[in-house]
Design a protein around this ligand. Structure first.
Ligand SMILES: Nc1ncnc2c1ncn2[C@@H]1O[C@H](COP(=O)(O)OP(=O)(O)O)[C@@H](O)[C@H]1O
Ligand SMILES: [Mg+2]
Length: 583
């Protein structure tokens, strides 16, 4: 029978606000060691340390030097001791700086959270009988890195919330309606039943349709057949031995309890089970749908038969979205491939793939790297993501193994730009010398000014001198004036790369060179009017801008470039980013 689902719902539970920035106990010692309340008895009886960590108490000094990252496993024993968990934790312990502590079930159930072992990272998830409220309190108290968010696990227990979140994320799911029933007035609900359809809140669901208890822990999902197919219904349940459903001649829907009604998606008779480990990793496999005849397919060892599945790029994106939307690094969900699309019909939260060595290896590696990436810096552990041979993406194909192209980045030097230009002038005004000094020109006798602020200063000087020169009318000054005009004009130019009217400095620069005796003069005539004393040779360089034609060409090239590789158009795992404008 239907187990009542918490109607109050998860929305009423506030999320844990981190009380303190860093968890207590961030010293050199493993955090649980610091709890004064921890008696030696408690340590030996209660804390199940994996990875042969028993030498710890004897040698505190050593422990102090080698601060380990503690990953706590807080779940019901059935889950903590399961084969996949054991396999994955064994692999996780191989990370030099990671230790794993399994919280014993009796501690979880009976001890106050203050007495729970401490950890830096928590892998905790709800299953039947698990005190999620306590786990939330623990996380609030110790503020560990959460592999699977705990508050979201209230939502995962309610199919209405799961569907609401999926819908909000724009993830495809079967068309559905929620029929909420007040247990005290079961008939008082928005259901109209006919032979071959139901109307829920005014929305019609022709048979075949699916009826799911709102409580996600309740697996008594019924599928109702149309009269054209003989009527009746298929009653699904949590697998018992070789059975997962039975046919029932009953054609009428259930009249107690709250349900989701949804359209039946015609698949090829298999469900696709997806298992994420973070947003960038997903394993998938197909199994015979329990909605068929209810006979579970098993191999000679009694294991359920699984069919290999390659997720499409759209499905990988769905996996990423599910993992992120529910904040569950380790997350299982069901996909129905129907009518050329994939629809999510169930999100289960924490779930490991069973009996796959490859998955155990991958999962431990992804989790270990994630833990190290997040926690190594704050614990001052020197660590960078290892690049191993196995990380090279090799995909099996019908024609053998091949490398998977993940990304193409090209930087293309583009030629279609304006010519580069140069103007030289000798300057002697003290303002130029001041500028030369300000930016340390005397150190080497040379200075390059490129920064917007610096170019603005040169422009300010040019404007000032031009204003001063305005009244004069002699030929030498005229020559200087025209050069100053040019300096001013070039520095005032607003180009495509010079946004918001500021200097970008990319296509302009001013060089100043100190000349002890001024510039040498070519002719004796010039020699006569040569001024004494030092001067600065100002060289202005500009140009080399991408032309409008060049811009169009670059964009066209970018578009062509995206299509050059399989899976282009940005829809698959291969990304070709273009255009990149460059000089
Ligand atoms: N909309 C649907 N169309 C077709 N089959 C469905 C639909 N929803 C569920 N099923 C079938 O029913 C099974 C159980 O439904 P699911 O939502 O996964 O509930 P459970 O929580 O019991 O796993 C699925 O694995 C799938 O085979
Ligand atoms: Mg399911």
């Amino acid at each position: 029978m239907l187990e009542p689902c918490e109607e109050a719902g998860p929305g009423l539970r506030p999320g844990p606000e981190p009380e303190e920035a860093a968890p207590e106990g961030k010293t050199g010692r493993p955090s649980w060691e610091e709890d004064e309340q921890d008696s030696a008895q408690m340590k030996s009886d209660v804390i199940d340390r994996m990875c042969g960590y028993d030498g710890l108490e004897e040698d505190e000094d050593e422990a102090q030097e080698e601060r380990q990252i503690v990953v706590g496993i807080c779940a019901m024993t059935k889950k903590s001791n399961s084969k996949p968990m054991t396999q994955i934790l064994e692999r996780l312990c191989k990370f030099d700086y990671i230790d794993v502590v399994i919280f014993p079930e009796e501690v979880i159930l009976e001890e106050p959270v203050e007495n729970w072992p401490r950890c830096d990272c928590l892998i905790s998830f709800h299953s039947k009988g698990f005190p999620l409220d306590k786990a939330v309190d623990y996380a609030k108290l110790r503020n560990p890195l959460l592999i699977n968010d705990l508050n979201m696990q209230y939502f995962i227990q309610d199919r209405r919330e799961v569907y609401r979140i999926l819908k909000e994320e724009g993830i495809d799911l079967p068309r559905y309606a929620v029929l909420n029933r007040d247990p005290h007035h079961p008939d008082d609900c928005n259901l109209v039943e006919a032979e071959d359809h139901v109307e829920v809140n005014g929305e019609v669901f022709p048979k075949p349709f699916v009826e799911k208890p709102v409580c996600a822990e309740d697996h008594n999902v019924y599928i109702y057949y149309p009269t054209s197919a003989g009527g009746g219904s298929q009653r699904l349940f949590r697998k018992i031995g070789s059975r997962s459903s039975v046919y029932s001649p009953e054609s009428c829907v259930r009249k107690t309890g709250s349900y989701i009604y949804e359209e039946f998606m015609p698949t090829d008779g298999t469900d696709v089970k997806v298992y994420t480990v973070g947003p960038d990793y997903a394993h998938a496999e197909a199994r015979k749908s329990p909605a068929l005849d209810g006979k579970v397919e098993r191999d000679s060892e009694g294991k359920e038969i699984r069919y290999p599945v390659m997720l499409t790029s759209m499905e990988k994106l769905v996996a990423r979205k599910v993992c992120m939307a529910f904040k569950q690094t380790v997350c299982g969900f069901d996909l129905l491939r129907a009518n050329g699309h994939s629809f999510v019909c169930d999100v289960n939260g924490f779930s490991f793939v069973k009996n796959s060595m490859k998955y155990y290896d991958d999962c431990a590696k992804v989790l270990g790297n994630m833990v190290m990436r997040e926690l190594a810096p704050q614990l001052h552990i020197p660590w960078s993501i290892p690049m191993e041979a196995e990380d090279i993406p090799i995909v099996p194909t019908t024609s053998g193994s091949m490398m998977e192209l993940r990304c193409v980045i090209a930087i293309i030097r583009h030629g279609d730009r304006t010519p580069k230009q140069k103007m030289k002038m000798e300057v002697r005004h003290p303002l130029f010398f001041d500028l030369f000094e300000k930016y340390g020109g005397y150190k080497s006798g040379k200075l390059k000014l490129k920064k917007p602020k610096q170019l603005q200063e040169v422009l300010d000087i040019a404007r000032l001198l031009l204003a001063e020169l305005g009244q004069h009318n002699d030929c030498e000054i005229e020559e200087k004036k025209s050069k100053l005009e040019q300096l001013k004009t070039v520095l005032e130019m607003k180009t495509t790369v010079c946004r918001y009217g500021h200097f970008s400095g990319i296509n302009r620069k001013v060089q100043l060179t100190y000349l002890r005796n001024g510039q040498p003069k070519a002719s004796s005539e010039e020699e006569d009017c040569k001024k004494d004393g030092p001067s600065l040779l100002l060289v202005l360089k500009w140009g080399g801008e991408l032309t409008p034609a060049g811009r169009v060409q670059a964009e066209e090239l970018g578009r062509a470039f995206r299509c050059m590789y399989p899976g282009g158009q940005g829809s698959s795992e291969t990304h070709a980013y273009a255009p990149i404008y460059t000089k």
